[in-house]
Design a protein around this ligand. Structure first.
Ligand code: GLN
Length: 568
């Protein structure tokens, strides 16, 4: 009954199934299910990088502001189990959740917008889906059946889509499908969405994000790519309920009507997502066009009064009123890649904004930094961030930057590898151990001030085996870092294999670099600072993962306050 009017031709060309689907003749909304949690899918078309993550996070923010309990999850169609082993050139920053999952950077947006913490259940890849299915097959769970993409892979996708909602009683689960409609690798995800929509009826809704290019020579905005993209989705059996059109120019009513007509979408459900100076304006742009109201109405939910979003607007008002700027130099090796240090950029932006300043962020390529150009490159900076990272490349430039910063008292913030570099530079130039290093860079260093953690010594698999996720940290009373947090016990997220070598602790402390934060259980050193300098702090953890618009990270706030005071 449910598949009436639906023809699936499963002919295999090589390994890839192709589907010829005639759209259902009956209204799928007829099958109203008893599920209370509502499922919203966000797909993308035309090109990638349109900002599905930002649209998903903005909608989540708007629904949350209306008092609904929401969560967002991302399905990535690649085969890796998680992005943990991916090079930043491949996939930008690797975000880390509190429960130690190495995740897609969109989860960072979800947290920054909604203030809720995500977990490994919020990010699923094709690799994990297949891993689960293959494990079940090995256990004999499929009782002699041939294991196939449909129904076994799609069932596993559907189970994962619903997992969060059923476990936690969310009102809304927003699911972002990575990639672009039409990609071979996202076919099973799209097919799962089609099935879920059919099964859930009105409890399920699809938002499709496309692009409207402006052809400069013709001075015209073009809707054809959107039409094609929607057709592609319809061919897969999915009729989008709402279209969000990414554009650099205002889309007039006629254009939107035309898109609505060609794509079977209500005219008011064609929404534009125009370029804005900051991503944090997107929720308000969506609210102006009633994205959340349209969603609620389509899903048969109460709309109620429009939330004012006061704290959010207040944050944005700082951006408009700020006049002076602070110039922060970010020293790292992925400087040509915008997304490699995403969470650091956002945490800095939040802290700078709350301090009524504009962020002037300068990327400084650590591979190109040396004794002869350090003065020229670093003297214009008000403060420095020494970036996290892995491996030898660009490491010497970080030592050059740190020596300059320490000797010129530039407020400096070392994060993870950045903190380890602070420790190494101090050993080389203050303690006089010229050959000091991390055993990550030189296994034979005579001064292994940074060394592999005991727990890492017998690790052979690279994926998901670092010290990951949230750990407790006890801060020393009277330290700058304790003052910054305003408390002595904190929790922050980690992602590393190497640590400060405790054998050298006394030598460091005697020479002026203090170990002011440690793990209460393992006594690993988590924070070092040089109290004689204005603000010279290194943290083994990643405070940037824990900074949201409405709850900026205290250490970033303290750093920016110090930078501003020092500048004066
Ligand atoms: N490479 C260092 C380690 O593994 C630092 C990692 C990082 O900066 N995230 O300990």
């Amino acid at each position: 009954m449910k598949t009436k009017g639906l023809i699936i031709n499963r002919s295999f060309h090589g390994l890839i199934p192709t589907f010829f689907i005639i759209l259902p003749v009956e209204n799928p909304y007829k099958f109203h299910s008893k599920v209370n949690t509502k499922y919203i899918f966000v797909t993308g078309g035309v090109v990638s990088s349109l900002g599905k993550g930002i649209i998903s996070a903005s909608l989540a923010k708007l629904l949350q502001s209306r008092g609904y309990k929401i969560t967002i999850q991302k399905f990535d169609p690649y085969i890796n189990i998680d992005p943990g082993t991916l090079n930043p050139y491949e996939h930008g920053e690797c975000y880390v959740t509190v429960d130690g999952h190495e995740a897609d950077l969109d989860l960072g947006h979800y947290e920054r917008f909604t203030n809720i913490q995500t977990t490994r259940a919020n990010n699923i890849t094709t690799g994990r889906i297949y891993q689960n299915v293959i494990e079940k097959e090995r256990r004999g769970d499929y009782l002699g059946k041939t294991v196939q993409i449909i129904p076994h892979i799609t069932d596993e996708i559907k189970r994962n889509v619903k997992l969060l909602g059923t476990k936690n009683n969310f009102d809304f689960v927003i699911t972002e499908i990575g990639g672009t409609v039409g990609d071979i690798e996202s076919l099973p995800f799209i097919e799962s969405v089609r099935q879920l929509r059919w099964e859930m009826g009105r409890d399920c809704l699809c938002i499709h994000l496309t692009y409207v290019p402006f052809i400069a020579a013709a001075k015209e905005l073009k809707t054809k790519p959107t039409q094609h993209s929607v057709k592609q989705l319809q061919e897969a059996g999915i009729q989008p309920d709402i279209l969000v059109l990414r554009t650099e120019h205002d889309l007039n009513v006629d254009l939107r009507r035309k898109v609505a007509l060609f794509c079977n979408v209500d005219p008011e459900a064609v929404i534009q997502s125009i370029d804005v100076p900051t991503i944090y304006e997107v929720p308000l742009k969506m609210q102006e066009q009633k994205l959340d109201e349209i969603v609620l109405r389509k899903m048969g939910m109460e709309v109620g009064p429009t939330p004012e979003m006061k704290p959010w607007r207040e944050f944005l008002s700082h951006i408009q009123t700020a006049k002076e700027s602070v110039r922060i130099g970010l020293v790292g090796k992925y400087v040509e890649l915008q997304d490699a240090y995403k969470s650091i950029n956002e945490a800095l932006f939040q802290a700078v904004t709350y301090n009524n300043r504009k962020l002037d962020l300068q990327y400084i390529h650590s591979e190109k930094l040396n004794e002869s150009n350090v003065e020229e490159k670093l003297s214009p900076m008000d403060g420095l961030i020494i970036a996290p990272g892995f491996g030898q490349r660009g490491i010497e430039g970080k030592f050059v930057a740190l020596k300059y910063a320490r000797e010129h008292d530039v407020p400096t913030f070392g994060i993870c590898l950045g903190m380890q570099c602070m420790v190494i530079e101090f050993a080389r130039n203050v303690l006089g151990h010229k050959e000091a290093n991390s055993t990550e860079m030189n296994i034979n260093t005579p001064y292994n001030v940074i060394d592999l953690m005991e727990s890492q010594k017998f690790v052979s698999n690279m994926g998901g085996t670092m010290r990951l996720g949230e750990y407790d940290c006890t801060l020393q009373e009277g330290s700058k870092v304790a003052e910054a947090y305003g408390k002595l016990h904190i929790k922050e997220r980690h992602r590393h294999r190497f640590e400060f070598n405790g054998d050298y602790r006394e030598e460091y402390e005697a020479a002026g670099m203090k170990c002011v934060g440690e793990n209460p259980d393992t006594h690993l050193v988590e924070v070092v600072e040089v109290p004689s300098l204005t603000w010279y702090i290194g943290v083994q953890y990643h405070p940037e993962y824990n900074s949201t618009v409405l709850r900026p990270n205290p250490l970033f706030m303290s750093f920016i306050r110090a930078v501003i005071a020092h500048k004066k």
